[in-house]
Ligand binder design. Structure first.
Ligand code: SIN
Length: 281
């Protein structure tokens, strides 16, 4: 079956058809997938049956696979690259992070080299009366940049924001070691995609705590205005999960948030892997 990239009828995303991720993949097929991923920001593969090793192998096609800073606790045994996002409790202990990313963000934006890509494989999807819960929403920050009035584009281009690991509230205690690993860092508020050259807004309400050279009050107003603009409904694709979905997203082009509208006994289990990225330009 020939590989096919079918743009979703949504502000972001493409479905890749005709690919079995459990099988070895040739370079031509991966080139089609990577082009579609770079262009549309979110790539969706349906009906996959893969092992942890197969997910890690596919993830590695995009670059160096990272180990999560909380991996010692919630990494999959024998496959530390796979981080568990889950509300499942086994023997009285959570098997993964239960409430990962409920607010809009871009993965590892607080790092010098934020993640290029994040991949989730849906192992268990919660549901109510047969309707899936626990969607993931994606906001297209490149489309949001394109839609900014030109006066605002001129005002923002060239500015740099401060990204602070401690800006975001997290549902778990963070060690002093992790905090020391991620001191505040500056990134451009308008990023250029390393492969396509397309510009995206790179601003988040929680993670951005200031704008270099700008008074704190003015910076807060600007950050909030841009962050709210990016997540307007016309830029958002909401992925409704099915068991066996593998979704990979580009942390330069899109921001995302987890919709936490379920609770036990509704179970959710995702295998998550991330790929190291470049210094944002
Ligand atoms: C994340 O923010 O990486 C988690 C997204 C999700 O679980 O839907």
């Amino acid at each position: 079956m020939a590989v096919e990239a079918v743009k979703l009828d949504a502000p972001a995303g493409v479905e890749i058809r005709g690919v079995d991720l459990a099988q070895p993949m040739n370079d031509d097929t991966f080139a089609i997938i990577e082009r579609a991923f770079d262009t549309h920001g979110v790539a969706v593969f349906r009906d996959q049956q893969i092992t942890p090793e197969q997910q890690v192998a596919f993830c590695a096609r995009f670059g160096d696979v990272e180990i999560n800073h909380n991996g010692a606790k919630f990494g999959l045994k024998g496959n530390p690259e796979i981080y568990l996002i889950s509300n499942i409790v086994k023997d009285g202990r959570p098997i993964g992070t239960p409430r990962a990313g409920p607010r809009w963000h871009s993965d590892m934006c607080y790092a010098k080299r934020p993640a290029r890509a994040t991949m989730l494989f849906a192992v268990e999807v919660p549901e109510l009366h047969g309707l899936p819960l626990g969607d993931t929403a994606f906001a297209n920050a490149a489309a949001a940049w394109d839609a900014l009035p030109s006066g605002m584009q001129r005002r923002v281009e060239g500015l740099r924001a401060v990204f602070d690991f401690q800006g975001r509230k997290r549902g778990r205690p963070i060690s002093a070691e992790t905090i020391a690993q991620y001191p505040p860092v500056e990134h451009p508020m308008v990023r250029r995609h390393p492969n396509t050259g397309r510009k995206s807004l790179y601003v988040m309400r929680d993670d951005c705590t200031g704008v270099t050279g700008m008074d704190a009050g003015e910076a807060r107003t600007l950050i909030d205005a841009l962050a709210d603009h990016i997540i307007r409904p016309e830029f958002v694709y909401r992925h409704r999960w099915r068991k066996g979905d593998l979704v990979v997203w580009d942390n330069c082009t899109v921001q995302h948030r987890a919709v936490i509208d379920y609770d036990l006994p509704q179970r959710r289990l995702m295998w998550r892997t991330t790929v190291k990225g470049d210094v944002p330009q």
